[in-house]
Write a protein that binds this ligand. Structure first.
Ligand code: AMP
Length: 501
């Protein structure tokens, strides 16, 4: 029996003399050297008692060695569990308690704080430094052979960002990851000549799976940056062919006068996801570079679901069509809605996860017995078959009994004079139940008058959709993946309409 992910992604690296990782200091790691690193770690993990099905948790800086721990874990049939380095010890306590890993790698600077947590939950603690040094005893990869696995065996558990309640561990199988990598490499037409500019974090599905697995399945290589730094990205662009990013990567590039058509001339593809890309950013990017950003849609639980076409119209404000093998339906009240109507996006396919770790009730709530996953995103299919996302269901505002989709109001606000971007939320209101509230960010150098912006919406959108209050902030609160943290905004302004005036 084979090991699906090892066979498809990592075995082909063995003996490959050309560079797989290009590092910012000019060094490179060949495919063969990376494969040796994986084999050595696999042997080290086994020697430490990690067996098939055991979890291996990593909370550490981005490095090739961290990628090798992912590869080594799945190669021996273990389950990889990456954690955001920004999580506090209290948050880590929950994840380690919930997932009960056999082994936990943390940054050397966090060892003292995390040792009691690891001990309490029975995990062996080792360190992984930003330069790739590990405390786990290693003695070469001689004798390494991958563990036999089926496609249904777990390869990883990724905790959802969980803005409400506890984070849930999404269980992803070898087949989930392998099938999505195959499809993406195919639809985005990756070849061995591609060089991916990798500036995403690797604790999240976007940088860990979408970017890396696609490169691996195509036999391509990557420029591996520790994080998104505009200067480093500008320097790397002429040596790259593809970049995957969150929308803030693109707005930050556009903010740099040095970002030019010439600098992007070697690039064939820019992909955006993890948060909505403003139509305005799409247009500005195309005007600057001559290239249309390709927007796609996915999530931790499902890998990628839809994509704009590589060859064909990339429509701004849409996330494209379902990927081959992915079924997508828009559901309202248990039934599929007609084309153009808004409802819950549901998906089914080999990409869809196997449920939430040790949460059978949560799994049953969102994943039906016949494989349909309720994404929590509201959307519709437009007249050309492209999917448009209108927001998370939990962000839907019901004001005086009427549904208000924040995206529609945000689009009207963003088009108003002097507004750079906006976030629309619902806040408790004594008369309406919830009232629409706008958080605005001004364009550079503009002294924004929130009242005037709200007044400008009259006649543009129905009265019940018009915000009844607004504030101007210098920035919207975002997480590491560029997602606007609406729960934080709701908390900060929760008593806006109920406080005595
Ligand atoms: P995560 O599990 O952290 O990857 O978050 C997944 C969520 O991000 C999805 O359910 C969507 O709400 C959002 N998302 C991902 N890609 C897009 C996109 N292209 N446009 C709008 N929202 C997106």
């Amino acid at each position: 029996m084979a090991n699906p992910l090892y066979d498809a992604l990592f075995a082909p690296l063995a003996g490959q003399t050309r560079a797989f990782f290009h590092l910012p200091d000019g060094a490179a790691i060949s495919g063969a050297a990376f494969h040796d690193m994986i084999a050595e770690l696999a042997m080290g993990l086994r020697a430490a008692g990690v067996a098939k099905g055991d979890r291996v948790a990593v909370q550490a800086a981005k490095s090739p060695r961290a990628m090798a721990i992912y590869a080594a874990s799945v190669s021996i049939g273990a389950v990889y569990l990456p954690l955001n380095p920004a999580y506090t010890a209290a948050e880590v306590d929950y994840f380690i308690g919930n997932a009960a890993p056999r082994l936990f790698f943390c940054d050397p600077s966090a060892r003292a704080a995390l040792a009691p947590i690891a001990a309490r939950h029975g995990a062996r603690l080792e360190t992984l430094a930003a330069n790739g040094a590990v405390s786990l005893p290693l003695s070469g990869g001689a004798g390494f052979a991958p563990a036999p696995c089926t496609g249904a065996d777990l390869a990883a558990i990724l905790y959802t960002s969980g803005t409400t309640g506890r984070s849930k561990g999404a269980m992803l199988s070898h087949d989930n990851l392998w099938s999505n990598a195959q499809v993406l490499a195919d639809v985005w037409q990756f070849t061995a000549d591609d060089v991916l500019l990798h500036a995403l974090p690797i604790f999240h599905t976007h940088g860990l799976f979408v970017a890396t697995n696609t490169v691996l399945v195509a036999g391509a290589s990557m420029i591996f940056l520790p994080s998104f730094d505009v200067g480093q990205v500008l320097a790397a662009l002429p040596h790259s062919t593809v970049m995957m990013g969150v929308p803030t990567f693109y707005t930050r590039l556009l903010d740099s006068p040095a970002f030019s058509r010439d600098l992007a001339a070697h690039m064939r593809l820019f992909v955006s996801g993890s948060a909505p890309l403003l139509a305005e950013t799409h247009a500005a990017f195309e005007a600057r570079t001559g290239l249309a950003i390709l927007e796609r849609y996915g999530m931790t639980e499902t890998n990628m679901n839809t994509s704009n076409p590589n060859a064909g119209a990339r429509r701004a404000g849409t996330v494209g069509m379902p990927l081959p093998g992915v079924e997508l339906r828009i559901i309202e009240g248990g039934a599929e809605v007609p084309q153009g109507a808004i409802g819950m996006i549901t998906v089914r396919g080999p990409n869809v996860f196997r449920g939430y770790w040790q949460m059978p009730e949560k799994t049953a709530e969102e994943l039906s017995a016949d494989g349909w996953f309720s994404t929590g995103d509201l959307g519709m299919i437009d007249d050309l078959g492209y999917v448009q996302i209108v927001g998370r269901a939990k962000d839907l505002i019901i004001s005086g009994g009427f549904n208000v989709y924040p995206k529609e109001v945000e689009m009207a606000l963003d088009a108003a004079d002097g507004v750079l971007e906006s976030a629309v939320i619902g806040l408790p209101h004594p008369d309406f139940g919830e009232a629409v509230f706008a958080v605005l960010v001004a364009q550079k150098g503009v002294d924004l008058d929130a009242g005037a912006v709200l007044a400008s919406l009259s006649g543009q959108i129905a009265k019940f959709k018009q915000p009844k209050g607004a504030v101007v902030l210098t920035d919207l609160p975002r997480n590491a993946m560029g997602k606007v943290q609406k729960a934080d905004l709701r908390k900060a302004y929760g008593d806006w309409f109920s406080k005595p005036s």
